[in-house]
Design a binder for this molecule. Structure first.
Ligand code: ATP
Ligand code: MG
Length: 345
């Protein structure tokens, strides 16, 4: 089924397994993600959680082991190697953490921005004009003739953003673009992304460890163990909208913006419960789901031994009676599966 027109990226049950010396590393374990056109999305998560793996797949640098990934109406898994190369060159821009990977040191900033256009066969005049526009957009008009070593860390990354935009990509991917700069410079770089997102309507995904990303983007997804676990969404309250109407945005806007963190359910209804909650409530590898008047409650199993050790058929204890309305049918199903698993082989 084709994606709705406002959706740029759809990842459906994405799996990536790396095999090295007979060992398998599952870097993505059924990741689901939808990104709208024009979104400015932050991705956070602990080291090794799969952030770079996801960016590499979205950018056509790597292919998933299973699942589906669609960008701009193209199913990346079905693209031939040549089509994937074209996709990577024409439709995606990359900004990497290591500046050396973004810029060629012996070319000037302007020449760096022109290079992808030269490869794409764009005429000299058009190339020069576009490079100057892009350098103005990232605030580097005064640094056009500088080389890599003559730029500050923040200027190098802003030059890298201009290079990444040279071929008018639909999607800009940035992997830890603020990882090698101080916090003030990081702020300038994040503001540059935000301005480009607003002025060009470009879809931008930024992977970062920087917690301040939350204040710069509309949506932050957190990856844990190769799956999206939580999402934080920026919400502009009624107060700000009312004040826009009355032209009083500046006075009320700061208080009116709020952030909400949500736990994400995947397409099969699975969710990741934050580890600290599980520890706080002593929930092991099983839990009791209860429907209450306010929603669904996860309750620890009263006797941890019940959760920890599989019981022999016929020796099952009744689960503790749910205090409020239970999820009808859940326990019989769990019991059935357990006695099946425990049948002597
Ligand atoms: N080319 C590869 N070959 C084998 N294993 C890999 C490869 N790339 C990544 N991995 C493994 O996949 C998992 C996810 O790695 P990934 O680089 O996506 O994490 P990350 O979230 O970007 O981490 P970081 O914040 O440290 O950059 C890790 O366990 C990593 O060791
Ligand atoms: Mg990484």
């Amino acid at each position: 089924m084709p994606e709705p027109n406002n959706i740029l990226i759809t990842c459906d049950n994405l799996v990536k397994i790396y095999k090295i010396a007979g060992l398998e590393v599952v870097a993505l374990q059924g990741l689901d993600l939808t990104v709208e056109r024009g979104a400015l999305l932050g991705i956070v998560g602990p080291s090794g959680s799969g952030k770079t793996t996801l960016l590499n797949i979205l950018g056509g640098l790597d292919r998933p082991s299973a699942g589906r990934v669609t960008v701009n109406g193209q199913d990346l898994i079905k693209l031939s190697a040549a089509a994937l190369d074209r996709y990577r060159c024409n439709q995606v821009g990359f900004v990497w953490q290591q500046v050396a990977r973004n810029l060629i040191p012996y070319l000037s900033v302007q020449e760096n921005v022109e290079l992808p256009m030269t490869v794409a066969g764009i005429r000299w005049g058009e190339k020069r004009g576009r490079a100057q526009e892009l350098l103005a957009a990232v605030g580097l008009s005064g640094r056009r003739q500088h080389r890599l070593a003559e730029l500050s860390g923040g200027e190098q990354q802003r030059a890298a953003i201009a290079v990444a935009l040279a071929n008018r990509p639909a999607l800009l991917l940035a992997d830890e673009p603020t990882g090698e700069v101080d916090s003030t410079t990081a702020q300038t770089i994040l503001e540059t992304f935000r301005r480009l997102n607003e002025t060009l309507g470009l879809t931008i995904i930024i992977v970062t460890h920087d917690p301040r990303i939350v204040g710069q983007v509309d949506r932050v997804v957190a990856i844990r163990d190769g799956k999206i676990s939580t999402e934080t969404i920026r919400q502009v309250s009624q107060l700000e909208r009312a004040m826009v109407g009355e032209r009083l945005v500046e006075e009320g806007a700061a208080e009116a913006v709020t952030y909400h963190e949500y736990v994400v359910l995947d397409s099969a209804g699975r969710l990741q419960v934050p580890r600290e909650y599980l520890e706080q409530f002593n929930i092991g590898d099983r839990t009791i789901l209860e429907v209450t008047d306010e929603g669904i409650l996860l309750r620890p199993v009263a006797d941890r031994r019940v959760a920890a050790t599989p019981l022999l058929p016929g020796l099952e204890e009744e689960p503790p009676a749910p205090r409020r309305r239970g999820l009808r049918g859940l326990w019989p199903r769990v019991r059935r599966r357990r006695s099946y698993d425990d049948r002597p082989g």
